[in-house]
Design a protein around this ligand. Structure first.
Ligand code: HEM
Length: 458
């Protein structure tokens, strides 16, 4: 089947932005339902849009040069916000994602050697095994059935992280960690909204007690995991082994239990939810564009002839990777990042008082009217090498940019490629003809109503 540019398959669902910036109370209501809905249309058209009657309270930044200034060149004045910390602190404390200054530098240096591109390739067998186990679960459910793809991809990527950089988690612990992690994230937009309104931290908001209970349970499980590992006396060169063995460069002190739990929690959360969302949206897009799905399957088949995907195959699966990148453009797993200016400054001609919340809405950057031709269209050929080479580094940025760029980017790309290729060897994905999932920002990009897709075993 060949596609024409105007068939609906190639224009997957998006979010209709607000026609203009809304008054604060309306904006907050929309924000809690889905922050992407509170973005005014101009955010998709201009490089910077400020919100606030007399002085900017929020600035949405989408222009690549301005993002470069924020995230790469002037990190001395644009810092991570207290917002991220306040919202995520009960669950992941001040691990790598939320730490600052020397505390961040130490943790980043410690973890970096585990995330070199070649290390990611050494995990391909664990990744394809997790994908094969998912295929076996689908087969057990029948030759053709509707599967909850978002749930299934979360299971698969959790199995990968639990057997690679965080080896040693048993099935029950894994299930409990996932359950409590999801219970924490579900009501998170209320927590974000109250942090945005600068309410005192002790104030109530809907779901707060549930979140705190879930965080405490999650951390207790992670601590038990750590103690089990200590008792077993396993040194090992995985993340847990490295963190247990490390000493602070200045004080010589080992990591405290709290720091260890912060980091294990960080990697468990950041290391599977995001890649699960990348795979979920990719499978959805392929179910809407069957011709692309077949082309990817053909690429995998002609390279592997049906054998298991290996580390050597990853770089050769170029079409598969173009599809994954185009999926992360349309549906960035992390749809927004925030920063705050630590001094009064100017950005793109707008005076920013200190402090001003600066949001990089990656979702809007990736669909910006001035940067992309036919921005809402699914077209993996945008990522052909000669076309990708012309993109600015802050135009396509699913993994962020600058010193705080995602440490797991290579791991995630290798994983998404290995898992998708393995799944396509044995399964076909078809749209159910009804479900148009609204992309909802909940730290990661969730499909509203889940992601039911028909899976047929081949
Ligand atoms: C498709 C998958 C992924 C996406 C889209 C993604 C996206 C991101 C983004 C946008 C940031 C930067 C946030 C900011 O600057 O505010 C980030 C940071 C981070 N990511 Fe990922 N990520 C993915 C997979 C992973 C994986 C697999 C891991 C670990 C195994 C991981 C661990 C982290 C950590 C620890 C940070 C904080 C880094 C720092 O601040 O130094 N991520 N990620």
């Amino acid at each position: 089947m060949t596609s024409t540019p105007d068939i609906p398959d190639l224009y997957p669902p998006t979010v209709t932005p607000a026609a203009r910036a809304l008054p604060l109370y309306l904006s907050l209501t929309r924000f809690v339902r889905n922050p992407l809905r509170s973005l005014p249309r101009t955010v998709y058209e201009q490089p910077i849009v400020a919100y606030g009657r007399k002085r900017p309270l929020v600035a949405w930044v989408t222009g690549p040069e301005l993002i470069e200034h924020l995230l790469i060149k002037r990190t001395d004045i644009f810092a991570k916000t207290r917002l991220d910390k306040r919202v995520l602190k009960p669950l992941i404390g001040t691990g790598l994602l939320t730490a600052d200054g020397d505390h961040w530098r130490w943790q980043r240096k410690l973890a970096s050697p585990l995330f070199r591109p070649n290390d990611a390739l050494s995990y391909v067998p664990a990744m394809t095994t997790a994908a094969s186990e998912q295929i076996a679960r689908w087969r057990a459910s029948g030759a053709a059935h509707i599967a909850p793809i978002d749930h299934d991809m979360t299971e698969t990527t959790f199995a990968v992280i639990a057997r690679t950089i965080l080896a040693g988690i048993d099935e029950q612990q894994g299930a409990d960690i996932q359950r409590t992690g999801h219970a924490y994230i579900k009501p998170i937009m209320w927590s974000v909204a109250s942090a945005l309104m600068l309410t005192p931290e002790r104030w109530w908001y809907p779901g707060k007690q549930r979140m705190l209970r879930a965080a405490a349970e999650n951390r207790a499980i992670v601590l038990r995991l750590l103690n089990k590992r200590r008792a077993a006396g396993i040194e090992g060169d995985d993340l847990v082994g490295r963190m247990l063995a490390t000493r602070h460069p200045d004080t010589g002190a080992p990591m405290s239990d709290e720091e260890l739990v912060d980091n294990l929690g960080t990697f468990l959360l950041a290391g599977h939810e995001t890649t699960a969302k990348a795979l979920t949206w990719t499978i959805y897009l392929l179910s809407r564009a069957p011709d692309w799905q077949q082309r990817v399957r053909d690429e995998v088949q002609s390279l592997t002839g049906g054998r298991a995907v290996t580390a050597d195959d990853i770089a050769k699966l170029t079409l598969t990777q173009r599809v994954i990148k185009e999926s992360m453009r349309l549906y960035p797993p992390v749809p927004a990042m925030t920063r705050v200016n630590t001094v009064a400054t100017e950005l793109g001609g707008i005076a920013l008082p200190e402090p001003c919340l600066i949001v990089v809405p990656v979702f809007a950057v990736h669909r910006h009217r001035t940067m992309w031709e036919d921005p809402d269209k699914f077209d993996p050929d945008r990522f052909l090498p000669e076309r990708e080479a012309k993109m600015l580094r802050t135009q396509f940025m699913p993994f962020g940019a600058g010193p705080r760029v995602c440490i797991g980017a290579s791991f995630a790309l290798v994983e998404a490629t290995a898992v998708l290729a393995t799944l396509l060897q044995s399964a076909r994905f078809d749209w159910d003809g009804k479900h148009l999932p609204e992309p909802v920002s909940r730290v990661t990009l969730h499909p509203r109503g889940g992601m039911p897709v028909k899976v047929t075993m081949l």
